[in-house]
Design a protein around this ligand. Structure first.
Ligand code: ADP
Length: 624
């Protein structure tokens, strides 16, 4: 029979190489991966036969494990959906997972072997067999097809596919030719040992809903974990179930159990992962939970049960009330689906809040991974926006810790007009350097440092100006012209002082507006700057403009206002120079603008000219 040779897609070949040389301590998981795939294949077959009346129902779905100690093989068979030739090439010869390229790039950049931590970030599925096997054969026949294929590979970069004798029933047999356990370090397990195999299945695959048969015995309990009482389930069982469900290799941060009884009955077992998958941020369509109806699997990644900004939540919802034969389209808008969604959402919030109150350390881990996505909800979900803000964490000028808005409130000064916020940069250290903070620092006001892109949208939305419907606690964006650290009297006083300087300032202002014509709309003297010489105010932040550009929007051409510190000796000197030495002043103004822009997160428009000006200054500074 014809045999054809193929080469693995580059990424797959690289991953295989990493697997073979893996230092992963827990090699047992290869069996979990293969059994998980078999279970998925049985799910897929069941769904197909529901859709297509021509296809006969699988009356005896099962996963069978066999060993042959003479040939040193271990095989896992299922009578699931099976694969045809294209499937073998597309699914086993290629890695479909998004983010693979980025993942491999980061592994290479770190120049590390594929250790536990790295594997944790990225499920490797089928390829994990090469940690224990020197060769693998997959014999498979697809549901409805009448050809059987054999895929063979030793993991060295290529594989073959050949036609083989017909399997009786559709499904797949994966046969592993085990590496000699004596070749490896002395504690390497013998995966052909009966007891070892049973132990691994108990540990990792007990909840698989199809029988896993070994030596004529069904060795998994098949109990749906979310149907069992909490008291019966160990923390390890939850973790293994999570890994089976998600393909994640790391433990979840926490689990949330839902047991809704009343007009709508459903059970849920949800997880907050400890790490965000690679495509979570880029892809708002990712995520979702698995839907079961009366313990029967319906679909993975169902989006309608969880709002988009909670897409990092994984898990299972099992409804008692939805009809089994409901179509996907109807399911999305079904009133029962909506009720489940609402109560699931409520429960997630309760649990997150509890975590924040009782286990801050874990909550901070959650926040670091998912806070950015979670906060998208402030904009997306009007009903929950306040609740989201309430349990959001922020960096602050007061200390290096994370703070909640409530904690901030408890530290507010009695005369404070609202909650002072500064956004526009993606890290707190950069925000802390902003000249806009000068006057707040001087008065001892604490300012929240908001580093997520969505924060700027929040600050520009009138709804959040008074999130508590209480004037005192409205969010005040200190980049806004009408927000100031000064009292009304102080403001009046400094306005008068500036007015008195206006005539003197006029020539400098004229030069500034002229040489920076395409960048600023105005130049002003300011008394709110203390340490800094210059600051840019008004308009959208550079971060926001960049975001808009990278999202393909035409970012508005906008001009800033250049504020110069009226009390600073440099500005005083410039004012007097502007009367007769225009050219030198122009250069300094350009540099002051660039410097202020850098502090705001932009880079100089003309880096060469910027460098020239700095060089001139350096030359001047070291002149004898
Ligand atoms: P994942 O299971 O995360 O998708 P794997 O590398 O484990 O990744 O498997 C890749 C794909 O190969 C699966 O998504 C599935 O389409 C196919 N596959 C693997 N094992 C089987 C099987 N026993 N029956 C049918 N298809 C399978």
């Amino acid at each position: 029979m014809s045999e054809e040779k193929f080469y693995f897609q580059t990424e797959a070949a690289e991953l295989l190489q990493l697997m073979i040389g893996s230092v992963y301590s827990n090699k047992d998981i290869f069996l979990r991966e293969i059994i998980s795939n078999a279970s998925d294949a049985l799910d897929k077959r069941r769904i197909e036969t529901l859709k297509d009346s021509e296809l006969a129902e699988n009356t005896n779905p099962e996963i069978k494990i066999e060993i042959n100690t003479d040939n040193k093989t271990l095989s896992v068979s299922d009578n699931g959906i099976g694969m045809n030739r294209d499937d073998l090439i597309n699914y086993l010869g290629t890695i479909a997972k998004s983010g693979t390229k980025e993942f491999l790039k980061s592994v290479k950049a770190e120049n590390k072997p594929l250790d536990e931590d790295l594997i944790g970030k990225f499920g490797v599925g089928f390829y994990s067999v090469f940690m224990v096997a020197e060769k693998v054969e997959v014999v498979t026949r697809k549901l409805g097809g009448n050809e059987t294929f054999k895929f063979t590979s030793d993991g060295s970069g290529s594989y073959t596919i050949e036609d083989v004798e017909q399997r009786n029933e559709c499904g797949t047999t994966v046969t592993l030719f085990m590496r000699d356990s004596k070749d490896e370090n002395s504690d390497a397990k013998n995966y052909l040992d009966e007891w070892t195999i049973k132990e691994i299945i108990h540990k990792y695959s007990d909840f698989i809903s199809y029988p896993v048969i070994f030596k004529d015995e069904t060795i998994n309990s098949r109990k749906a974990i979310w149907q069992r009482p909490d008291s019966e389930i160990t923390e390890d069982e939850y973790k293994e179930f999570y890994k089976h469900l998600t393909g994640d290799y790391s433990d979840p941060l926490t689990h949330i159990k839902i047991n809704a009884e009343g007009s709508t009955n459903f059970k849920g077992l949800l997880f907050v992962p400890s790490r965000a998958p690679f495509d979570l941020f880029m892809n708002p369509e990712s995520g979702g939970v698995s839907l079961y109806i009366k313990r029967v699997f319906i679909m993975n990644d169902f989006k309608s049960l969880i709002p988009g900004y909670l897409r990092f939540i994984r898990g299972v919802i099992d409804s008692e009330d939805l009809p089994l034969n409901i179509s996907r389209e109807i399911l999305q808008d079904d009133p029962i689906t909506r009720v489940i969604r609402r109560s699931t959402q409520r429960k997630i919030f309760t649990e997150l809040k509890k975590m924040l109150e009782k286990d801050r350390e874990t909550y901070i881990k959650f926040w670091l991974e998912f806070g950015k996505i979670f906060k998208e909800g402030v904009i997306q979900d009007k009903e929950y926006s306040k609740k989201i803000l309430e349990i959001s964490l922020f960096k602050t000028t007061a200390n290096d810790e994370w703070t909640t808005i409530d904690e901030y409130k408890s530290r507010m000064k009695p005369d404070q007009k609202g909650i002072f916020c500064l956004a526009g940069r993606d890290n707190a250290t950069a925000l802390k350097a902003s000249p806009k903070l000068d006057s707040y620092k001087e008065k001892g006001y604490e300012v929240l440092l908001m580093t997520d892109p969505v924060d700027e949208v929040i600050l520009s939305d009138y709804r959040f100006m008074a999130p508590d419907a209480d004037e005192k606690y409205k969010l005040l964006n200190i980049s806004d012209d009408n927000v100031s650290a000064q009292t009304d009297d102080e403001k009046k006083e400094s306005e008068e002082k500036i007015k008195a300087l206006e005539n003197d300032f006029e020539p400098l202002k004229k030069i500034a507006v002229e040489v920076l014509a395409d960048k600023i709309s105005d130049a002003k003297l300011s008394l709110s700057l203390t340490g800094s010489i210059a600051s840019l105010t008004g308009g959208m932040s550079f971060q926001m403009l960049n975001l808009m550009r990278s999202a393909g929007h035409a970012a508005p051409k906008q001009k800033k206002v250049l504020e110069l510190n009226a009390g600073h000796p440099v500005v005083k000197k410039l004012i007097s120079m502007a009367k007769d030495n225009g050219e030198k002043v122009s250069d300094v103004l350009k540099t002051l603008y660039d410097q202020a822009a850098i502090l705001e997160g932009a880079s100089p428009d003309d880096p060469a000219d910027f460098a020239r000006r700095i060089n001139d200054l350096v030359a001047l500074a070291i002149e004898d």
